[in-house]
Design a protein around this ligand. Sequence first.
Ligand code: SAM
Length: 262
Amino acid sequence: MNPRYDVVSIFPEYLQPLELSLIGKARRAGLLELTIRDLREFTTDRHRTVDDTPYGGGAGMVMKAEPWAQALEAIQPSEAEDPEARPVLVVPSPAGEVFTQRTAEDFAREEHIVFACGRYEGIDERVLEWAADRFRVRPVSLGDYVLNGGEVAVMAMVEATARLLPGVIGNPESLIEESHADGLLEYPVYTKPSVWRDRPVPEVLLSGNHAAIARARRDWQLERTSRRRPDLIKDLPEDALDRRDRTLLDEWAREREQDDTV
Ligand code: SAM
């Protein structure tokens, strides 16, 4: 069954980019179902109030629990005994687990995900506790910085997830070679002309030798990852590196040590 995503926000128009490009096309082709809902439609007062002052004092406003409960009940009317039968409720938050390619892969296996876009100082914490009977609740952060609202985070998460669904990307091969697919950053890429403003592309790419090209690309991946994201190299499983990989990494580490001592 094609997956279903529901996004709740007080700024539904903020999410309009999800109608464009590959995700928009995938929606129109029925590869995924995406519904954007306005939280204010689930308020009951004349002013359609969604926020109030924080208990205990402090700056800013907090999103009220009841409109969220009404919205979430409308999307998922029943509780479920079996946690596996519950949809995922993603609550974007700088205080959540960090979203990575592994999270996107996880999400791409889910049948139904609801995204609850917070604003102000966030959503009354009791909503997350209450929702646990009908959802698998996951507070998720886009990274260690603070945005004004959850919408940008949700757009990033939906795009990273949806492009992994069958049929969304024209050539599924391109997903295999991308940054983070194998725990490394992607190698640098080049296109025509072969010499541009006196800069030739690396010669090996014109050689037609597929094994040599694959090895060169692997070396570039390792070099780039060890320089820009050494944390990713540390996280690789034991069997992810062959002998040449290890030799190269040791060489670069020694070179860097020497540079540091000069
Ligand atoms: N007071 C909150 C805190 O310090 O954790 C920040 C609230 S932020 C101004 C408003 C909303 O933006 C959050 O409820 C969340 O939905 C969203 N948001 C902000 N930063 C985010 C991040 N790094 N990842 C995901 N969502 C984020």
